[in-house]
Design a protein around this ligand. Structure first.
Ligand code: ZN
Ligand code: ZN
Length: 267
């Protein structure tokens, strides 16, 4: 196998993940600026010009902030669903008054596989308050990589998609008590905690303790809230839940953060 995964940025101020085979390199989301994306890729020894495509999970700004500039600069295909594209274009017009142009737009539908180079992509629907949000599973060089962030809970269909993952990237957004006692306005707290909001440490721990198949060599906790979580709290909750299931060789636990690149995972 020869898969590389790195989280260039993860959290409510911008998300971008890098998934690569020996010959295909993709970004999942483009939520940090074009300049920062290129800088972080270079810090991994990767040339941004070598990217094959950008895949978008949904239109929230922490997933598309750098998209227009990055797509223009790199002139590579951008994959998103039709509804996500429409919502993104609408938001761009409202904010900038400009009609956004993607030279190479490729539309996909949740539930239908497609291929980017030698990486097979399967998008699946997730419960989140966006137009048509998706998670992804990737088949790369014989390994399965799954990405599911920005989801209020883990419904059965999502759990099914995650089975058999070698690298599992899952949201561990907030600590329920920190969110409850924190400074967010009531309506925002309600939104985050809802079934179409973000996955709490507790809900993720429930999954690990009850329904997780223990398949992953690496588990990455992602999209942590800087206000309502702490990397050590997220890690402790996940470790506790995985504790009785993990072995020495499985479930190496990593925590992705906003400000730094997560050193690459290689399988
Ligand atoms: Zn979102
Ligand atoms: Zn997000």
């Amino acid at each position: 196998m020869g898969v590389t995964v790195s989280m260039l940025a993860s959290g409510s101020r911008g998300n971008c993940a890098f998934v690569a085979s020996a010959r295909t390199r993709i970004l999942v989301d483009a939520g940090i600026s074009c300049r920062e994306t290129c800088k972080r890729m270079k810090s991994l020894g990767e040339d941004p010009q070598s990217l094959s495509a950008i895949l978008i999970t949904h239109e929230h700004s922490d997933h598309v902030y750098g998209l227009a500039t990055l797509a223009k600069k790199l002139r590579i295909p951008v994959f998103m669903t039709g509804a996500t594209h429409a919502a993104w274009a609408r938001a761009m017009r409202t904010v900038n008054g400009e009609r956004p142009q993607l030279d190479k737009l490729e539309r996909f539908e949740a539930g239908y596989r497609f291929q980017v180079g030698d990486i097979e992509v399967k998008p699946f629907t997730i419960p989140h308050d966006a137009a048509d949000p998706v998670g992804f599973t990737f088949r790369v060089e014989g390994a399965k990589v799954s990405v599911a962030t920005d989801l209020g809970y883990l419904p059965a269909n999502v759990r099914d998609h995650l089975r058999g993952s070698d690298i599992l990237i899952l949201e561990s957004n907030h600590d329920v008590e920190m969110l409850r006692g924190g400074s967010y306005p009531w309506a925002v707290k309600q939104r985050v905690a809802s079934n179409v909001g973000h996955l709490s440490n507790e809900k993720l721990a429930d999954f690990f303790a009850s329904d997780y198949d223990n398949s992953a060599v690496f588990v990455v906790l992602a999209h942590l809230s800087e206000q309502n979580n702490h990397p050590e709290i997220a890690r402790r909750e996940a470790e506790k839940a995985l504790g009785h299931r993990g072995s020495l060789f499985q479930n190496q636990l990593l925590v992705a953060v906003q400000s730094e690149v997560l050193p690459p995972i290689r399988l």
